[in-house]
Design a protein around this ligand. Sequence first.
Ligand SMILES: [Zn+2]
Length: 115
Amino acid sequence: MVNNKEENMEDKEELKFPLSFDQCPNCGSERKIAGEILKQEKEKGKISPGVKAFISTSNSVIADMGRTWLSAPIISTFYDVCGDCGTYYCIHAELGIATPQLGQQPPQVKGFGGN
Ligand SMILES: [Zn+2]
């Protein structure tokens, strides 16, 4: 049987956001520095269950800055550090919509990064 997926083997699937990476790309560990501390704080009841933790985050607007634009995709990425080998890696990526006014600000990201 040949289906469309096999015919398009060379085309990689389109990325589907949000993307999450739970394992260290270097050693495969799931232990993360911020994630482990967060877990401890949750166990103490100091942080609500739904809150996520990360070491740093960045936002990238994908737009032609040489033109006037009203909205553009903005990618928010969140990073943590592997607790076993120290690798700094992306643990989560969200896709949002930026406007020129919001372009310099972090977007509202639901379910990640707290309130
Ligand atoms: Zn690692």
